[in-house]
Write a protein that binds this ligand. Structure first.
Ligand code: AMP
Length: 379
């Protein structure tokens, strides 16, 4: 099949790398003017003049990026099947729509309110009780467009820093750890759910994902599976979806979902029988889904900002390096390394060895080596 991908970054690149062995071809549609996909055919269309050309070249359309106009997806859906549905895109790119849907489906979220001015932000912060997290309602990613308020008096400063007209204000969740669940749903409604991952963020950016998440209570896992199944069925979803959650002393709280393959699922490339990328391609092309079980234990280590000494990383026998062919820039995702092991103790040791060669990589601090660590607001 000829697959059209909206967006042209590293996720599109990894979708194509998984899709070529199944005899698919790829055309990328880029609205940013800065595609980094580095393979397949790329149509750069900053003014929206080449959509018809793009559509004439593809049999199916999917996304690797959710911050694009829903209207574009809706126009496309009139000509070519689009997976996931434009409604999924619309819900995932708007925090208010997303949290409202979670609430309607009985999925717990942090307590939240909307604010449309600095004064309203202050009032809402008083009402919810600080600390609170204020987030732009749209266009947020990697912790961008967010501020933590330790007191309502910080509202004016936070409002100015976020710089958006509409902001979601959430009660700060004192979580034990962050986890995510990734699932794939086929055109016939068949659903397969990967083992959950424990995710470690640093300065708002994902740094490590450990899968399967260590010492996961089976009840927690079954709640998360129920949540993602409910959302995917409700949206008539086809393809891979990720749901990010906070694990607290009283259970799970949903943070956000992504209508696409996700960074916290990159471990599946070598750590699962079928990667999230291949399963997404299988789902959107109407093929049977692949086995989602884990092979041993893995940790995905993101390469952020600088490449570091990758020759040394490649010398380690237990690493799998994936580079996105991007130039170095602070905070930019340049690649990732999947580290595999037979047990968690060995995994932690291997990840530490590997991170030695990545400048600025934070020390791995996760449930495996931190007993009392809880999330604390950081200003
Ligand atoms: P988001 O863009 O919503 O995924 O937020 C980025 C990161 O900020 C999350 O991965 C958490 O580490 C942190 N965060 C977001 N919302 C909250 C919250 N309500 N309470 C505590 N931490 C949060």
């Amino acid at each position: 099949m000829r697959i059209g991908v909206l967006g042209a970054g590293q996720l599109g690149r990894m979708l194509a790398l998984a899709g070529y062995p199944l005899a698919n071809t790829f055309v990328f549609y880029d609205l940013s003017g800065h595609p980094s996909v580095g393979l397949g055919e790329i149509i750069i269309d900053r003014d929206g003049e080449h959509l018809a050309d793009f559509l004439s070249r593809v049999d199916r359309v999917t996304y690797e990026f959710e911050h694009l106009p829903v209207e574009v997806a809706e126009i496309i859906a009139r000509t070519v099947p689009v997976h996931p549905t434009p409604r999924s895109l619309q819900v995932c790119q708007n925090r208010e729509a997303e949290k409202t849907l979670f609430g309607d489906l009985g999925i717990p979220t942090p307590e939240w309110r909307m604010a449309e001015s600095a004064a309203e932000l202050q009032r809402v912060a008083e009402e919810l009780g600080c600390p609170v997290v204020a987030k732009s309602n749209t266009e947020g990613y990697d912790g961008k467009g967010q501020a933590v308020l330790q007191s309502p008096e910080q509202a004016a400063e936070a409002w100015a820093a976020i710089g958006h007209k509409r902001v979601m204000v959430e009660k700060f969740v004192d979580f034990r750890r962050e986890v995510s669940i990734i699932a794939v749903r086929g055109e016939d409604g068949e659903l397969a759910i990967y083992p959950m991952a424990e995710n470690v963020h640093h300065q708002g950016i994902l740094r490590y994902s450990i899968a399967p998440a260590p010492e996961l209570d089976p009840e927690i896992r079954s709640s998360a599976e129920g949540y993602i199944r409910t959302v995917m069925n409700e949206l008539g979803y086809v393809g891979v979806m990720a749901l990010e959650l906070f694990e607290t002393d009283t259970g799970l709280v949903a943070n956000e979902m992504a209508p696409r393959v996700h960074n916290s699922g990159h471990w599946t490339m070598e750590g699962a029988a079928t990667s999230q990328f291949e399963n997404h391609i299988r789902a959107i092309t109407g093929q049977p889904l692949g086995d989602v079980s884990a092979r041993g234990v893995s940790c995905m280590v993101n390469i952020i900002g600088e490449h570091g000494d990758l020759r040394r990383v490649l010398e380690l026998p237990y690493t799998h390096l994936h580079l996105y062919d991007k130039a170095e820039r602070p905070g930019r995702k340049l690649g990732h390394i999947n580290v595999l092991a037979d047990d968690y103790q060995e995994l932690v040791w291997r990840v530490r060895n590997c991170a030695e060669f990545l400048p600025g990589a934070p020390v791995l601090s996760c449930s495996l080596n931190r007993r009392s660590g809880q999330n604390r607001p950081q200003g």
